[in-house]
Write a protein that binds this ligand. Structure first.
Ligand SMILES: [Zn+2]
Length: 570
């Protein structure tokens, strides 16, 4: 039996070494003692970033043991409301760093350091870089319990391996973790793009999507598109890994024309500072409108991702000679499983192409490599150089001032166009004198009708703020303080028999900014779970017995404040 198990283990091990790896195989032990099933993998497409780690399923629950993958020292501990929640970074002597995120709690040894820092800083959130001799850990030492903190949507461990020096996230599956994968990637379809004003597809200057259809185990497209001039291609593809139904990311995409590879991307290493270029790499508009993730196999002018290994003419093909061309997409996962799709295009270069008419709200041509500015009555936007991924026909219009809003509504281009850097917007506003200036805020309406808040500042008749999104904007206010609802504490309560007390806190518009709790005027730690709007005090054993006075102060982003006080006994 033992032999059988080791053969099985070796088999899966080999599968993962399917891609040639330059990394130390087997140096890092699994961070968990349960079978590894993945809810996500490296390079997977996520909102505004490529997924930098692997998401290990924790059997639907929190509180599973998390082990240090190798000897090393804790080099960073971060606690934040969103993002990675509670996270530990361990530096190892071989030049790599392992990262363990969305933790429920730290081991008692690590937690004692963390609590000291939190009380010193009077803050639940933390970003601490311990010295190399402060918190030493051994391979296999329990460092934490798994959880669901931060931006996590369900209990799991987010695990990363990074190069310590460059801080680049690496594909953790290239390090020989025992994860089996013999399922080939799925190709769902191909999208074809006209690149410039002279390009057409089936006679139109518009992108098309062709679904991939499985005919007797061969993937095909249903039709042969007619293309003219400069064309780009994109592919909707994903991967599945054994034992999990989750959609994962692919490792490599190649595009061939007449047997020649003209484009190749590989997800082995994505520097964090490049991750937002995901919005240029994928078809942002198509994702927002059709909910399909398409990898573009051509490179937008202001896309500086380093995942492209081959990109002839930036992946753009100029079909200026008539005839049929044979194309092939080859998609590979990290275990070396491959799926391919062969298709044809019929090139018929047009002389008389249909010119795209200008949009009725066209305001200005904006060049991606320039600083851009546009102003209209009571409105100004400044967009920094290289904030756009390519040149755009900027659109703008305004609707007049409704009674209960303090400015016109300004429809600024379209939130289906991504921005790489923040733009600055100035909006003229006019509000009743009973509303203090510092309670103003900007509201953005998304194309899906959602409301987002931007806090900026008011000066000489204009409210200004930064935003990474286009959309519909107007000026409003928030004068309502946050709400505090005590859940298991009240005036005169005896809390001797409970191990924690909680509050539910919320804010109507600007959002909760700070929360501070004092017992007999001494600051005490409250853990904030933003997803559940819950504030909890756990270290109840620190409070001496007897009568105490509690004061909780919560503020929002425009300085509205709510105070709750009560006496309790312990
Ligand atoms: Zn993750």
């Amino acid at each position: 039996m033992k032999q059988f198990i080791s053969i099985l283990f070796l088999a899966s091990y080999c599968l993962l070494a399917g891609q040639e790896s330059n990394y130390p195989l087997g140096y890092f032990q699994s961070p968990m003692d349960i079978p590894l099933y993945l809810a996500g993998n490296f390079g997977e497409l996520r909102t505004n970033h490529f997924h930098a780690g692997i998401d290990i399923k924790t059997q639907g629950v929190e509180g599973k043991k998390i082990y240090a993958s190798a000897n090393g020292f804790v080099s960073r501990i971060k606690i934040q409301h969103g993002g990675y929640g509670k996270v530990i970074y361990i530096d190892h002597p071989n030049g790599y760093t392992t990262v363990y995120a969305h933790l429920k709690s730290f081991s008692p040894k690590i937690d004692s350091f963390v609590k000291k820092k939190q009380y010193k800083n009077k803050s639940f959130t933390l970003n601490w870089y311990p010295e190399s001799n402060e918190i030493i850990v051994k391979k296999g030492e329990i460092i934490a319990l798994s959880g669901n903190t931060g931006g996590s949507a369900g209990p799991h461990l987010h695990y990363e391996i990074r190069a310590t020096k460059s801080e680049h996230a690496l594909n953790a599956l290239l390090f020989g973790l025992p994860i089996e994968d013999n399922i080939s990637p799925t190709i769902r379809g191909v999208r074809i793009y006209p690149i410039d004003d002279e390009s057409t597809i089936n006679g139109q200057p518009k992108a098309i999507y062709l679904e991939a259809i499985n005919k007797q185990n061969i993937l095909k497209l249903n039709s042969i598109p007619i293309v003219s001039r400069k064309i780009g291609f994109g592919i909707e593809t994903l991967d599945k890994i054994n034992g999990s139904r989750n959609r994962c990311g692919i490792f490599k995409i190649q595009l061939k024309i007449d047997q020649k590879v003209i484009f190749e991307q590989k997800m082995d290493d994505v520097p964090f500072e490049e991750s937002l270029y995901l919005n240029a790499h994928t078809d942002y508009h198509y994702k927002k409108t059709q909910n399909k993730w398409v990898h573009k196999s051509f490179i937008e002018p202001n896309n500086h991702l380093s995942i492209y290994k081959i990109s002839e003419q930036n992946g753009i093909v100029n079909f200026n000679k008539s005839g049929f061309y044979n194309l092939e997409y080859i998609v590979t996962d990290v275990a070396g499983n491959t799926t391919n799709l062969k298709f044809q295009v019929n090139a018929k270069p047009l002389i008389n192409f249909a010119k795209k008419p200008l949009h009725k709200n066209f305001a200005k041509k904006m060049m991606y490599h320039h600083e851009n500015e546009y102003n209209s009555k009571g409105f100004l936007i400044q967009i920094p150089d290289s904030a756009l991924y390519n040149d755009i026909d900027f659109k703008y219009y305004a609707q007049p001032h409704p009674k209960t809003r303090w400015s016109d509504i300004h429809f600024v281009h379209s939130d289906l166009t991504p921005l790489h850097k923040s733009a600055e917007i100035y909006i003229k506003c006019d509000f009743p004198s009973i509303i203090p200036e510092n309670k103003l805020l900007a509201i953005r309406k998304t194309s899906k009708g959602k409301i987002k808040v931007h806090v900026g500042e008011y000066a000489v008749g204009y409210y200004s703020f930064k935003t990474k999104y286009f959309g519909g904007f107007y000026i409003f206010h928030d004068t309502i303080p946050p709400k505090i609802k005590p859940l298991n504490i009240y005036e005169g309560k005896d809390i001797r028999f409970q191990n924690k007390f909680d509050f539910r806190i919320s804010d109507n518009l600007a959002g909760v900014k700070t929360y501070n709790c004092y017992i007999d005027d001494q600051w005490v730690l409250m853990e904030y779970d933003a997803k559940k709007s819950r504030l909890t005090h756990y270290m109840h054993d620190r409070i001496s017995s007897g009568k105490h006075r509690l004061k909780l102060i919560v503020t929002d982003y425009v300085e509205n404040q709510k105070i709750y006080t009560c006496s309790f006994s312990n």
